[in-house]
Design a protein around this ligand. Structure first.
Ligand SMILES: [Zn+2]
Ligand SMILES: [Zn+2]
Length: 235
């Protein structure tokens, strides 16, 4: 119980610090905002997003504590010493995780847009038509659970070094905040052809019917679910 409370505080504080820090960076260094929203609407939306993110933090903390117990009991394939597996595997493993997770998320996201699933699972996240950095963790508990489920599935089956787990978590946190910030930082076609930025994900929040990817555009291109507006940017 103490671990769940501690993890909830860490996860929620990390969310607030990353969101506020990134917001400060884009306002200070990038002026090219793609989101337009009035200040009053913005404040009431942000309050709701922070509330749901607090709930998500508790869900992720509870599930992380369960995974930690599974690790202590020897059920996971998480390893601590780099020498336990070849060095090339150590280097390749985070890419393996990120590509597999992108695939899991893309298809989960498609399922979450089936109308009766959408109402129960994904509607909370889509309440933000104009995403902000605070939307990045604003999920209904069911959605938080479904997103998290990939972690035990992967860590129970695939050897993964603890450091790489931290790197992957940082990557996921940063990509979520970048995609919801409303400020495009990927300026070249070489990047936007492959990486999902704020323009791509803003279009998902506005149009609902396309741009389902998380940080890679690949599945949207393969399944022809990329927004026509986005395609114009990347062709
Ligand atoms: Zn969606
Ligand atoms: Zn979103």
């Amino acid at each position: 119980m103490l671990l769940v409370i501690l993890l909830s505080i860490i996860i929620f504080t990390r969310y607030l610090l990353v969101a506020l820090g990134y917001q400060w960076i884009i306002q200070r260094w990038w002026q090219a905002r793609v989101t337009r929203i009035t200040d009053t609407a913005r404040i009431s939306q942000i309050k709701k997003e922070i509330g749901w993110s607090f709930v998500s933090s508790i869900v992720f903390a509870l599930l992380s504590a369960l995974c930690y117990q599974a690790y202590l009991l020897g059920y996971t394939k998480v390893y601590m010493s780099v020498s336990e597996h070849p060095l090339w595997y150590f280097i390749v493993s985070p890419f393996l995780f990120l590509i597999t997770y992108e695939t899991y998320y893309y298809w989960l996201h498609r399922v979450m847009h089936i109308p009766f699933v959408f109402k129960k699972v994904h509607k909370v996240h889509h309440a933000s038509i104009h995403p902000t950095v605070f939307t990045s963790f604003s999920f209904h508990p069911w959605e938080a659970l479904l997103q998290f489920l990939f972690f035990p599935m992967f860590l129970f089956l695939v050897p993964f070094h603890f450091t790489m787990l931290l790197i992957v978590l940082v990557t996921l946190t940063l990509s979520a905040v970048i995609n919801h910030s409303g400020a495009e930082i990927f300026k070249t076609k070489a990047l936007t052809n492959h990486l999902i930025g704020a323009t791509h994900h803003d279009l998902h929040h506005k149009e609902f019917t396309n741009n389902f990817g998380l940080y890679l555009t690949w599945w949207d291109k393969w399944m022809k679910t990329e927004s026509k507006t986005q395609a114009k940017h990347t062709d």
